[in-house]
Design a protein. Structure first.
Length: 97
C-alpha cells in the first residue's frame, strides 16, 4: 500500500484500495492488518461506492479476529488426551479437573 500511496491518487487510489481489500478478503487473508487497511479506507473515502462491496467480504475477517471473551474462562485444556477413548471418559476427565 505504501507504493500505491506514493504513485496513485484520487479515484485511482480509491479503486486500488478497494481492489486490494477485496483480493485479500477473497483469498482469506485474515490478518488484523487487513482490518486496519479497511478502516483507513473508510476514513479516507467515507462516501466510496466500493465500501458496500468490500464491507460484505470483510465480515468473516472481523469475525475471525474477534476475541471470544465470554468463552475464555470456560475453556479447559485436557491433558493426556491420548488415554481417552470414549465420551464418558472425556466428560469425567473434564469434571475431575
Amino acid at each position: 500500500m505504501e507504493m500505491a500511496n506514493k504513485y496513485l491518487s484520487g479515484k485511482l487510489l480509491e479503486y486500488y484500495y478497494a481492489a486490494y481489500l477485496l483480493y485479500e478478503a477473497i483469498n482469506k487473508n485474515y490478518e488484523k492488518e487487513v482490518i486496519t487497511l479497511f478502516e483507513e479506507f473508510k476514513n479516507n473515502y467515507p462516501s466510496s461506492s466500493y465500501t458496500h462491496f468490500v464491507e460484505a467480504e470483510m465480515i468473516p475477517i472481523y469475525g475471525f479476529n474477534e476475541k471470544p471473551e465470554e468463552m475464555s474462562e470456560t475453556i479447559q485444556i485436557m491433558h493426556n488426551f491420548q488415554e481417552i477413548n470414549s465420551l464418558t471418559k472425556a466428560v469425567s476427565k473434564l469434571n475431575a479437573d
